[in-house]
Design a protein around this ligand. Structure first.
Ligand code: PLP
Length: 368
């Protein structure tokens, strides 16, 4: 059976927060079976782990722990594995992904406190400084780098410097930014970076990973309450025999390796960040010409996903969504708690021609 979107002609554009558009080369890498214990798959796993650590500038200090699952699995694994059972976590929240971490810690029964900002306000490092100074029992701090809810970029470097000065650990959900913006786990001394195969890295969905500081990870035996999300045990498995503890998503891993080849060929994270910035400018300008305002000022906006205000009737996002979907272009509804909005992404294996096609399709739909 065919879905409404024909995957090949024209190419499906996923202008969403993920999964994202992938290249033909990446999808072609899915077309082979691998035995999970075969030498070549063990080598592929080792290569992926070292390539991802290297992308975070953390080859010497960190190790990458791969998990089968979406990005949320990696975040939940990091929180339960890297935070001691009697630890206390400060969550810096300005959107849905920060709130999701609070829900995880509640379910895990781990002590935490939440400092929340409005969805159009960045985390304020000075307030983090004051909170850490006031409460020495906070051992870990968690932040979302790009809050994909709005597209806001939090000041990672400044927050990392505050957390380092107080000698606490910083866990960073870099799900939508990793591969597009620098996330320098080594230089910033991050305890952990959580990301996944299918966002800025442009792989297919199915792998979440945590780039964890090795010295801390070594102390984390027994923290996790879940068997399958135990990063310490997963890392020990990789170290022992190079294998995943449970069935690896073998084709997904091969596609991620191919996607990383393409990232290298593009010129690495800096070059990819520039491409996304060009697409972002094109998107914001093109939508402005059609009368749409961004929710955030450009100074707070990451070149990853843009939230546009819903101008209200006669504009009807559901109608736009359906019309574009019929053209093979997928947008995303808003996720803000207050302002009515919708989102258009500028990450994934897309170029200017694709963004032009999307803007033209939106303009056509508005004329109708
Ligand atoms: C996408 C995303 C997640 C969740 O990833 P899933 O793959 O949907 O589980 C978490 N945090 C951020 C910032 C994201 O953008």
């Amino acid at each position: 059976m065919r879905t409404t979107i024909d995957a090949q002609s024209p190419r499906t554009l996923l202008l969403t927060p993920g999964p994202l558009t992938t290249s033909d080369t990446t999808r072609a890498a899915l077309g082979r079976d691998w035995g999970s214990r075969d030498d070549d798959f063990v080598a592929l796993t080792a290569r992926l782990r070292s390539r991802l650590s290297a992308l975070a500038g953390a080859s010497a200090s960190h190790e990458t722990v791969l998990l089968a699952g979406s990005g949320t699995f990696a975040v939940e694994a990091a929180l339960q594995s890297l935070v001691p059972r009697d630890g206390r976590v400060l969550l810096l929240v300005n959107g849905a992904y920060g709130r999701r971490m609070a829900e995880m810690l509640s379910r895990l029964g781990r002590d935490h406190l939440v400092r929340e900002w409005d969805e159009d306000q960045p985390v304020d490092p000075a307030q983090v400084d004051a909170m850490l100074a006031a409460d020495p029992t906070i051992g870990d701090v968690a932040i979302v780098h790009c809050e994909t809810t709005s597209g806001l970029l939090n000041p990672l470097e400044a927050v990392a410097s505050v957390v380092r000065r107080h000698r606490r650990r910083l866990l960073v959900d870099a799900m939508s930014s990793f591969g597009v913006l620098p996330v320098e786990a080594g230089r910033l001394g991050l305890a952990a970076v959580m990301a996944s195969s299918n966002k800025g890295l442009e792989g297919v969905p199915g792998i979440g990973f945590v780039i964890a500081e090795s010295a801390h990870l070594a102390t984390c035996a027994g923290n996790a309450t879940s068997l399958s999300l135990d990063l310490h045990a997963q890392a020990a498995g990789f170290r022992a025999n190079g294998q995943w503890r449970f069935t690896p998503p073998v084709q997904v891993a091969a596609a991620l390796d191919a996607a990383l080849d393409q990232l290298d060929a593009e010129g690495g994270v800096a070059a990819r960040g520039l491409r996304c910035a060009r697409l972002h400018a094109m998107l914001v300008d093109g939508m402005a010409a059609l009368g749409f305002e961004t929710y955030l000022p450009q100074s707070l906006q990451a070149p990853i996903i843009v939230t546009f205000r819903d101008p209200g009737p006669p504009f009807d996002f559901a109608a736009l969504y359906a019309a574009l979907q019929a053209d093979g272009i997928v947008l995303y509804p808003g996720k803000l708690t207050r302002a009515p909005s919708f989102r258009i992404g500028c990450i994934g294996a897309i170029d200017e021609t694709d963004m032009r096609r999307a803007l033209d399709a939106i303009a056509r739909c508005l004329r109708r």
